[in-house]
Design a protein around this ligand. Structure first.
Ligand SMILES: [Zn+2]
Length: 416
């Protein structure tokens, strides 16, 4: 058992507790209250957080671990072994930046849950979709230049056409340990040979995946950028729209009707714009054409009260989107129109809902798992405090301290 004392932002969006106490017993939060309401028992370790803030561990709801590059054509030159090593590196950086949970819509992170649980590697909690269901010629189909077999080694996508094939592909992901299903209902910024406004998959194919996911007690998340593909996804019952760049009023109505989430992923788009000269030539016109529309769609969703998640869509490319810097989404969400508190809720409480684990993580409340991040200063006054991993002083996952850079004198004998 140990006690954290200091300013608390609990992730619910409620007001800050300036002088609070979080009591951790084993792997759970036993109590959250004001300091004067609690008397620390004799001999219990206390971490005094002076000029800092105690928060729930952050949840990045759109990551792809171990991809190593933003160039979809180079992704296929990395072996699964290289990708696994890259993923281990990515996870270390995520924890250093305060992320205690990630959601991966597409990749192999579901295979990392076991090694993390066994203690073989250090990693955050993971909610993952397994491979992305894509139609022939779809966003994550590698075509034109490469043989079809390469889809197997990307660890990113699986091609399935027709309702029977998508049902089987969805069932296969669940069999492999997926928590939800990811598909693409439009082309994308990074894929070669299609536009990001082109629709992919018929409504009946998307419906078949939705039915399979719902039978499994889960849902479908859709990479959807163009208007028609967003609508098709929502009409078919998709629960989470990833990117959602070109929305119109009808999209918003459907979002409200489905009680759907938007995970906008501004960070990756921003880093593409910042590094435009280094990008493959097919990416450049698409990112330029969608950049502004992306923020407009967000504004419409935000105004309509749609729940918005925190997702960086980073891929671990060392020069453009290394993990650790995925915390820039805090700044992007505020830039897009959220208050700092709303951005924090997006990365905590809303994230826990999107991974279907709201009863376990996402807020500092009695009975929840002790996933806690402590940052220097007050992020409500300066959201950028959260975007530099050096400001992340302590990270606790499941009651265990995974990072600790606070002054040694102030943490008594608690060790990692
Ligand atoms: Zn993505």
């Amino acid at each position: 058992m140990f006690v954290l004392k200091g300013r608390i932002i609990d992730g619910t969006g409620n007001s800050v507790i300036e002088k609070g106490v979080v009591v951790v017993e084993k792997n759970k939060i036993k109590l959250v209250c004001k300091e004067y309401e609690y008397r620390t028992p004799e001999g219990v370790e206390v971490i005094e957080v002076e000029d800092g803030t105690i928060m729930p561990g952050f949840i990045d709801q759109h990551v792809h671990l171990g991809m190593g590059t933003v160039n979809s054509m180079l992704m296929y030159t990395m072996t699964p072994y290289e990708k696994t090593c890259q993923a281990v590196w990515d996870m270390e950086k995520l924890i250093e930046a305060g992320f205690t949970t990630v959601r991966e819509p597409g990749g192999f992170a579901h295979q990392l849950k076991g090694p993390i649980q066994k203690g073989l590697v250090n990693g955050p909690r993971i909610s993952a979709s397994g491979k992305i269901l894509t139609q022939t010629g779809g966003h994550v189909d590698v075509y034109k230049k490469f043989p079809i077999e390469l889809n197997e080694v990307t660890l990113l996508g699986v091609i399935a056409d027709g309702t029977d094939a998508v049902r089987q592909a969805a069932r296969m992901q669940f069999r492999e340990g997926a928590d939800f299903i990811k598909t693409c209902t439009t082309g994308g910024v990074t894929s070669q040979g299609n536009t990001n406004t082109a629709s992919q998959y018929s409504i009946s194919e998307i419906k078949a995946m939705v039915e399979e996911a719902e039978m499994h007690g889960s849902y479908v998340a859709a990479h959807a950028q163009g208007t028609r593909g967003i609508k098709n996804a929502l009409v078919a019952g998709v629960k989470s729209i990833e990117h959602g760049m070109f929305m119109d009023e009808e999209c918003i109505e459907l979002m409200v009707k489905n009680d759907a989430w938007l995970v906008p992923t501004f960070s990756i788009a921003h880093m593409y714009m910042e590094n435009i000269d280094t990008l493959p030539e097919w990416v450049v016109p698409k990112i330029k054409a969608s950049y502004e529309a992306h923020y407009k769609s967000f504004e419409m969703c935000h105004k309509a009260g749609i729940k918005i998640g925190y997702g960086s869509d980073f891929l671990g490319d060392p020069s453009i989107c290394p993990y650790g810097k995925n915390s820039m989404e805090f700044e992007r969400l505020v830039h897009a129109g959220m208050s700092p508190m709303e951005a924090i809720v997006a990365a905590t409480k809303t994230g826990s809902e999107i991974i279907m684990r709201a009863d376990e993580v996402g807020t500092l409340e009695e009975g929840k798992l002790a996933d806690i991040t402590i940052v220097t200063g007050n992020p409500l006054e300066n959201i950028n405090l959260l975007t530099d991993a050096d400001n992340i002083k302590i990270v606790i996952i499941d009651g265990k301290i995974r990072k600790n850079t606070l002054n040694e004198n102030k943490i008594n004998s608690i060790v990692v």
